[in-house]
Design a protein around this ligand. Structure first.
Ligand SMILES: [Zn+2]
Length: 175
């Protein structure tokens, strides 16, 4: 097994099999810890929530939805919304990193921070930069190269200039 295969193997183990098909009709809410296994043992997650990690993951609601795209934290009550399509067919390393990113937003929400402050462009928003920096740090710990991290940061709805600005803010080298 190569280092990257080993990382993937470990990440795949973090996704539980649910007693229902996540692609089933309608949106449904589950509890984070019911589906994402052992996250309370991950140092990066403990680094976000500290002593409250277990308690928060055992109560954090996750809405599995037919939204397009990936995942986000709902600004009204701080629950996590995840696209069913992304969860079932997205790259598991990307999903793992997105979860770390969104858990940062969950914490920011709990601390009363404004997640969608319209004063800022997406890539300049302090809450985004903080979440991306933390996620990049975790990606590096997993052994991902800057090239792979760039692939993660580059999304189809982000323009080239925004992508470059974000990569610079989080100290990721673009080749
Ligand atoms: Zn974000």
């Amino acid at each position: 097994m190569t280092a990257i295969e080993y990382i993937l193997f470990r990440i795949l183990r973090l996704f539980r099999k649910l007693p229902f098909n996540i692609l089933g009709i309608g949106n449904r809410k589950i509890i984070f810890a019911e589906y994402f296994k052992d996250f309370e043992k991950i140092e990066a997650v403990k680094g976000i929530f500290g002593d409250k990690t277990q308690e928060i993951l055992n109560t954090l609601e996750v809405e599995l939805s037919w939204i397009m795209g990936y995942m986000y934290v709902d600004g009204s009550d701080g629950h996590l919304v995840i696209s069913k399509g992304y969860l079932s067919s997205g790259d598991k390393t990307d999903i793992y990193l997105d979860l770390i990113h969104e858990l940062c937003h969950v914490k920011q929400f709990m601390d009363g921070k404004e997640l969608f402050d319209p004063k800022y462009e997406y890539v300049d928003r302090p809450t985004e930069i903080e979440a991306y920096r933390y996620t990049v740090q975790e990606a590096r710990r997993l052994g991902l190269s800057d090239e792979r991290i760039c692939l993660y940061l580059r999304t189809e709805w982000m323009g080239e200039n925004d992508f470059r600005r974000l990569a610079r803010s989080v100290n990721v080298l673009i080749r």
